[in-house]
Write a protein that binds this ligand. Sequence first.
Ligand SMILES: *[C@@H]1O[C@H](CO)[C@@H](O)[C@H](O)[C@H]1NC(C)=O
Ligand SMILES: *[C@@H]1O[C@H](CO)[C@@H](O)[C@H](O)[C@H]1NC(C)=O
Ligand SMILES: *[C@@H]1O[C@H](CO)[C@@H](O)[C@H](O)[C@H]1NC(C)=O
Ligand SMILES: *[C@@H]1O[C@H](CO)[C@@H](O)[C@H](O)[C@H]1NC(C)=O
Length: 538
Amino acid sequence: MVAGARGGCATAGAARRGFLALLLAVSAPLWLQAEKLGDGCGHIVTYKDSGTMTSKNYPGTYPNHTVCEKTITVPKGKRLILRLGDLDIESQTCASDYLLFTSSSDQYGPYCGSMTVPKELLLDTNEVTVRFESGSHISGRGFLLTYASSDHPDLITCLERANHYLKTEYSKFCPAGCRDIAGDISGNVVDGYRDTSLLCKAAIHAGIIADELGGQISVLLRKGLSRYEGILANGVLSRDGSLSDKRFLFTSNGCSTSLSLEPERQIRASSSWEWINETGDQVRWSPGQARLQDQGPSWASGDRSKNHKQREWLRIDLGERKKITGIRTTGSTQSNFNFYVKSFVMNFKDNDSKWKTYKGIGNNEEKVFQGNSNFRDPVRNNFIPPIVARYIRVIPHTWHQRIALKVELLGCQITPSNDSLVWPRTSSNTVGSTKREDETISQPIPSEEMTKGLNITTVVIPLVLLALLIAGVGTFAILRKRKKKGNPYGSAKTQKTDCWKQIKYPFARHQSAEFTISYDHEKEMTQKLDLITSDMAD
Ligand SMILES: *[C@@H]1O[C@H](CO)[C@@H](O)[C@H](O)[C@H]1NC(C)=O
Ligand SMILES: *[C@@H]1O[C@H](CO)[C@@H](O)[C@H](O)[C@H]1NC(C)=O
Ligand SMILES: *[C@@H]1O[C@H](CO)[C@@H](O)[C@H](O)[C@H]1NC(C)=O
Ligand SMILES: *[C@@H]1O[C@H](CO)[C@@H](O)[C@H](O)[C@H]1NC(C)=O
């Protein structure tokens, strides 16, 4: 814009000065607005009837001068439940830093500072507009909010850990979108998780719920273990953990036993790697070696995988239609052959039909599963909803050095009554800081096989923002007035005495439904515990 103006006025000095002055006068407010209208939203995942939303950089400090505004809806006829997992906004007056909820009938907030905030709101409507604004500040995590329809009164946030609850058996509803929220889990689905683990993230790791959907979890509290073994599963890394008093397990439908495979008859591949070793013998990495339970080298693809146009595959025939709920994979398992598959997609079909691709929930794109990160450790991925088919094909997308795979399929027999493949068809949006780790590939990969980015939509409502900006102080006067009218937290459900403030006391553990958040403390505590337990283990 400026360059163009300069060119046009190059000969008339006075006119140019005047024009530039005008330009500056016009563009200065525009520039200020651009900063002001910046996207203050962080991680946002929404699904039909639940979701998760945070401020930008959460749990890091939210940026100066940003706005995040988003309208959340659950299906018509339902009421909306909002649940704040964390609120840390540096302001005592809520003048320029605040969180505010506006529905067609009510207004909740603005909230900020050390104000007492209800941790749960049950609205009369199925829609609310969430608005977060930041001015100039030094610290503050901002907010983490989850929501669900009133069908899920047992909604929790992504931040609850099993040690927040004392019951030995309970059921909760996890919202969509907890996978990428910061916080540790340790353990695995078989042995259980350390009780300090985040419940919803552990449920995604365990394959009980899909991150895109959320869902009901049933938890059993049991005596702890001396060690917890971490693995990568469903894109979530659990860590090794030390002794704890308690651990938790999820109850599931039980359709996750290892499906037996006959190597010679049932496993085929597009190619396999053969070479002559120093003693003149032929070494084969055939598809028959692709069973995870077998010792020795895996299946590896032949050299044609260097031809980027062709997709390699490993095909398994289960002999009859089965319900397949998960897959475990490893790389070569041989330390002198550092080969593994970093991401893959799944195909499936029945007797004579065409191959179908397993698709992501809420979009029509093939789902890319996060595979192995080394040649040795098994990685699990679950299919939610399950695949029901006789044949499946694993199609490597990205790999390290050479495609090498061992697999195990998890699932069960099907009966007419429980044979159903449900494909939810509602849209889900993922916004902001959910970008996946960059896949760095040691060999060039065909461009059509690159992982597609997540579907990103940002909700900014510039007109409303502009109006609010102009209204300025006036708006706040009105907000204040409205807030004072009647009881803003109308329902009995939300009239709890336990409030948001208690988040400030990380060691006040035993109010069963309270959250305790303290990132620094938690780390310290874990480290101390680790020290103690490693001594104890010896
Ligand atoms: C906001 O701006 C102030 C003053 O420029 C600065 O001191 C502060 O660090 C900034 N805060 C953040 C979160 O960037
Ligand atoms: C070559 O392969 C044969 C058969 O697999 C094996 O017995 C032999 O030990 C291998 N030689 C070397 C040097 O690895
Ligand atoms: C597929 O073929 C097998 C025999 O090859 C047969 O037993 C089975 O019923 C067929 N399944 C379907 C779904 O057609
Ligand atoms: C389906 O039914 C079969 C036979 O009753 C059973 O073995 C399997 O576990 C069931 N699967 C599920 C998911 O309920």
